[in-house]
Write a protein that binds this ligand. Structure first.
Ligand code: GSH
Length: 207
């Protein structure tokens, strides 16, 4: 059984979506990051940067932090959405999400959604980068059904970030291929269930 120590954020949702996709038994342990529970020594012993998500695999007493590493682990353990023959291509898009898409859209959330008007420089900078991320993904998805060909952990990692599109104010529907990808993933039963991490009937934002 997999225990997920998590919060209801894009990085948290990646893991519950994956667990629903691979149909593993799991339980959620909520970490209230607003109440700074991520800094509790017991949690920090599992997550040295004090970040969610973390998993504990109770079958073999393994724990892991970093959502990308967790997705790779679950992909290997289940044999799903991380196809051996396609691994390098998947890794490329997964790393792009981890190192670029997530951190940059995360800054856009901070400067534009939560703190608009506090720093014009910051707001403009991350708005511009976020728009170019939409454009780059749209271009990729013009030639490929999913980011790494077949549906994979790279899409699972990227989807919850694009699902914050209403915060981004970029206009997802202007990006035809990215919209097609978003709509297709939004319809997956496992994605609908895993996105609703707190099981409060949270709906995936439509376009
Ligand atoms: N690269 C990490 C990022 C994790 C991360 O930034 N988690 C945020 C929530 S989405 C967090 O735990 N924030 C609490 C804090 O920064 O104090 C991953 O993908 O797992």
């Amino acid at each position: 059984m997999i225990e997920v120590l998590t919060a209801n954020t894009p990085n948290g949702k990646k893991i519950t979506i994956m667990l629903e996709e691979i149909k593993f038994k799991y339980k959620i342990t909520k970490i209230n990051i607003q109440k700074e529970e991520q800094f509790n020594p017991k949690f920090r012993a599992l997550s040295p940067f004090s970040k969610i998500p973390v998993i504990i695999d109770h079958d073999n007493k393994t724990s892991l932090f970093e959502s990308g590493a967790i997705l790779m682990y679950l992909g290997e353990k289940s044999g799903k959405f991380y196809q051996e023959k396609n691994k390098h291509l998947i890794n490329q898009w997964l790393m792009g999400q981890m190192a670029y898409i997530g951190p940059m859209l995360g800054q856009h959330h901070q400067f534009h959604h939560y703190n608009s008007g506090k720093s014009n420089w910051g707001e403009e900078r991350y708005f511009k980068i976020s728009k170019s991320i939409y454009k780059d993904l749209d271009e990729r998805l013009k030639n490929s059904k999913f980011l790494a060909g077949e549906y994979s952990i790279a899409d699972i990692a990227t989807f919850p970030w694009i699902a914050r599109h209403e915060w981004h104010d970029i206009g997802l529907k202007k990006f035809k291929n990215l919209s097609r990808w978003y709509k297709e993933i939004s319809k997956r039963e496992a994605v609908i269930k895993g996105f609703d991490l707190l099981k409060r009937d949270e709906k995936i934002p439509s376009i």
